[in-house]
Design a protein around this ligand. Structure first.
Ligand code: HEC
Length: 423
């Protein structure tokens, strides 16, 4: 009975059907695209490109950190969280420090002059020698001190450099996790490229990667509770009580916060201070980026998507009034450099227009206090920790995903095997 329809309505119905089918197809194809597209991507864009990166994200970051200020004091304390089978530890004697160890632990100590670094994923700690070991330690201290004095007959003279030896004791706290004192200067993890031996064998796949991350000489963190009037807090004390767990460490009365939170806080500060007006956070494939952003030992790879996956907000930026910051953790790893630079950028770089960030120091939010002494506060630690994630989470140079994909052959140019412009 199609004759009953006027040609007009018939045409309208047909176009409606076509429209609906088209909408349906579009909808379906967008779903298909969403489902299929991730499989088409170069996996190196989204997957972690090595065990090394997994280690940086999942093992190292959550375990090394935590800062706290005693109420009323400007000082921050630092603690490392050590986990059995995850954290790699080294116990290294230095020029003026010797390590006493019971015979079963002696093989974990890297003695003075030993080239190969000994690493372990067992939880062991150093402490000031106590009990019977204290006597033995004092004997050893006198012995090495004497030896040094004999070999430096002029040591008593004015201006002659002096050596004061200290002795530490290596012990097993018999636990699966522990908290160790972290010197503020030793905040960054150390990297061992190749010259190391893992005692007791690898516990995690990344423990065998070139460029493992380890903590050097962790010292047990023990606390004593203190109060000044109304203020209550805790202090590091070698004879105090050990911390039981993370919950205790981060409880309000002790008040440590983890490095991951500091990094997130740093991200907010970066936004609030408008650092992105003057800085970009993306290393391009251009040779100038690879060279300028590189470290002494290797050229920086261009930024890839997976570097930002743990960030809530990213700041690619559009203008470079200051240098790009995508690799600043590798380029400028020194905490002291950043302290000086944020306190007064002109001391590091005369003529810079970067504003000084005095409010990253002391307790004075506006930086107007006359008796400022430049002790970094949370803001400094947060922005510093945030900056230190930049470029330090990439693949080690030996396994870099961009090797062989770099059309400019940056490494060859840097190493002088190729000249810019020559093919
Ligand atoms: C008004 C523009 C401006 C703002 C805003 C600014 N900077 Fe800078 N920044 C610069 C300039 C210019 C330099 C280069 C000279 C120097 O080292 O100070 C620089 C250098 C740096 C460097 C050293 C980089 C390197 O590779 O040498 C760091 C790190 C840095 N800025 C971090 C920050 C952070 C973090 C913020 C926000 C809290 C910030 N900057 C805000 C202009 C700015």
């Amino acid at each position: 009975m199609t004759e009953q329809h006027t040609p007009h309505t018939h045409g309208w119905e047909k176009s409606a059907i076509v429209t609906f089918i088209a909408i349906g197809l579009l909808f379906l194809s967008s779903i298909l695209a969403t489902v299929l597209a991730p499989n088409m991507l170069d996996p190196s864009w989204t997957d972690s490109s090595s065990h090394y990166q997994v280690q940086m994200y999942e093992v190292s970051d959550p375990n090394v950190y935590i800062a706290r200020a005693l109420p009323g004091s400007a000082n921050l304390d630092y603690v490392n969280h050590i986990k059995k089978d995850y954290t790699l530890l080294a116990f290294v004697e230095t020029d003026n420090m010797r390590i006493l160890a019971p015979s079963e632990l002696e093989r974990y100590v890297t003695k003075v002059g030993e080239q190969e670094l000994k690493l372990t994923s067992r939880v062991l700690l150093l402490r000031k020698p106590a009990g019977s070991t204290a006597v033995e330690a004092e004997k050893l201290r006198k012995e090495v001190q004497q030896k040094w004095e004999t070999s430096h007959p002029n040591w008593k003279e004015k201006d002659h450099p002096r050596m004061d030896y200290s002795i530490m004791e290596l012990f097993d706290p018999h636990s699966d996790e522990a908290f160790s004192l972290a010197r503020s200067e030793g905040f960054l993890e150390h990297f061992a490229a190749s010259n190391f031996v893992l005692i007791d064998g690898p516990k995690q796949p990344y423990h065998h990667d070139p460029g493992v991350i380890y903590l050097e000489n962790p010292e047990e963190f023990r606390i004593r509770r203190v109060s000044y009037g109304d203020l209550k807090g805790v202090k590091y004390d070698p004879n105090g009580e050990p911390i039981k767990d993370i919950a205790e460490l981060t409880s309000p009365d002790i008040g440590f916060i983890c490095r991951q939170k500091l990094i997130t806080m740093g991200e907010s500060i970066y936004a609030a201070e408008g650092c992105y007006y003057c800085h970009t956070d993306q290393s391009r494939t251009l040779i100038q980026d690879c060279v300028l952003n590189g470290s002494e030992s290797f050229a920086a790879p261009p930024s890839s998507g997976n570097e930002y996956i743990y960030q809530d907000v990213t700041f690619p930026g559009t203008r470079r009034i200051g240098p790009d910051l995508a690799r600043v953790g590798v380029k400028r790893p020194s905490r002291d450099w950043h302290k000086a630079h944020f306190w007064q950028p002109k001391t590091e770089s005369p003529g810079t227009i970067m504003p000084s960030m005095r409010h990253f120091f002391d307790d004075d939010p506006r930086g107007q206090s006359v008796n400022q002494i430049g002790v970094p506060n949370y803001r400094f630690e947060a922005i510093f920790q945030y900056l230190m994630t930049k470029g330090t989470r990439i693949t080690p140079p030996t396994q870099a995903w961009w090797l062989g994909k770099d059309p400019l052959q940056t490494t060859e140019i840097i190493e002088g095997r190729k000249r810019i412009g020559a093919s």
